[in-house]
Design a protein around this ligand. Structure first.
Ligand SMILES: C[C@@](CO)(OP(=O)(O)O)[C@H](O)COP(=O)(O)OP(=O)(O)OC[C@H]1O[C@@H](n2ccc(N)nc2=O)[C@H](O)[C@@H]1O
Ligand SMILES: Nc1ncnc2c1ncn2[C@@H]1O[C@H](COP(=O)(O)OP(=O)(O)O)[C@@H](O)[C@H]1O
Length: 288
């Protein structure tokens, strides 16, 4: 059954996507890489507002609006075009661009959700949105997920509550450039993902996994190594690792208080870095 049409305007969050681990397990004939990744979302992100309009339009504000083109190539308008749709969009760009936390993909997913709500339509299938970006299907799902294939094979995963600190040193990293520097493309998959009951179990399991894109990204942007070291040395940080193709690094914490304290220290030590703290998205983290 299609959902009822929602009265405009509609507002959708575009939450930051975090690859808690990411193994590159192969490469397809078309050059795209096969991944095996455990993906979570943070309660921080862009915000997209949509109202019905004859002609599609996009206005961008927020701390990372500068340098982001609001023309037809923007993923918000490309997503709207895919759904055949006119809407007037306003995007608050709160996440750094080209930073491994899927900001553009999350915006595209938010546009698809907004249009579906405005029109009472179903959301498109993962395969139908993959052309917008390999991360768009998982951002459309918006829940903790094991992502494989090149990003279109999705299996929801239940995660315990935890908190994150996200740090971006202000360098954009092009995803394709990172993949092309990989030393190996035949790494083992993640294996079975246990049913974690406590965040400590999740953190211990993650410590035995990797992000295979971290080393090639650090070649492109050597500052990434320094960000991992600084975050990893923060009191209460159980694990510090790069997300996606970088350069954003995440730190994992048992409590939001510990994450906020680490973020406050890093903001003082490194005033030029973008630093955010947030619970992992989902009902389990609501009471952290
Ligand atoms: C690496 C990941 C992990 O979640 O995250 P980000 O760093 O983008 O956040 C994603 O796979 C990125 O997804 P997305 O950013 O949507 O990628 P796309 O625009 O589809 O692809 C950009 C380029 O990355 C390479 N690419 C991307 C995905 C993939 N599975 N294999 C690849 O080889 C290709 O060279 C492609 O031309
Ligand atoms: N709404 C958008 N937000 C961010 N980037 C966008 C958007 N639309 C198009 N792009 C382009 O998509 C590219 C990847 O952006 P993004 O999804 O933020 O990267 P990542 O997935 O690595 O975090 C950028 O180089 C940017 O120019």
């Amino acid at each position: 059954m299609p959902s009822p049409v929602i009265e405009p305007p509609v507002i959708e969050r575009a939450r930051a996507k975090v690859n808690l681990c990411l193994h590159v397990t192969g490469r397809r004939a078309d050059g795209y890489h096969l991944l095996d990744s455990l993906v979570a979302f943070a309660e921080i992100g862009d915000e997209l507002r949509a109202e019905p309009a004859e002609t599609p339009s996009l206005a961008i504000g927020g701390p990372f609006a500068a340098g982001l083109d609001a023309g037809p190539d923007n993923l918000v308008l490309r997503a709207a075009a895919l759904m055949g749709g006119g809407a007037a969009f306003t995007l608050a760009k709160n996440l750094p661009v080209a930073s491994g936390i899927g900001g553009g993909s999350a915006d595209a997913a938010a546009a698809l959700r907004a249009l579906a709500r405005l029109r009472g339509q179903r959301l498109p299938a993962p395969e139908a949105v993959l052309g917008l970006g390999a991360d768009v299907p998982v951002c459309l799902a918006g829940v903790p997920t094991r992502m494989s294939g090149i990003g279109e094979v999705l299996a929801p995963v239940r995660l315990p509550p935890f908190a994150m600190v996200l740090v971006n040193p202000g360098v954009g990293v092009a995803t394709g450039a990172v993949f092309s520097r990989l030393a190996r493309r035949d790494n083992p998959p993640l294996g079975a993902i246990p049913d974690f009951t406590a965040s400590g179990d999740l953190f211990a399991w993650l410590a035995t996994r990797r992000n295979d894109l971290e080393a090639p990204a650090a070649e492109v942007a050597p500052v990434i190594g320094g960000v991992i070291a600084a975050l990893g040395a923060s009191p209460g940080c159980a694990l510090a690792r790069m997300s996606g193709s970088g350069a954003t690094v995440f730190g994992l914490f048992e409590t939001l208080g510990a994450a906020e304290a680490a973020a406050a220290r890093l903001r003082i030590a490194e005033p030029d870095w973008w630093v955010a703290s947030a619970p992992a998205a989902g009902p389990a983290s609501a009471g952290l």
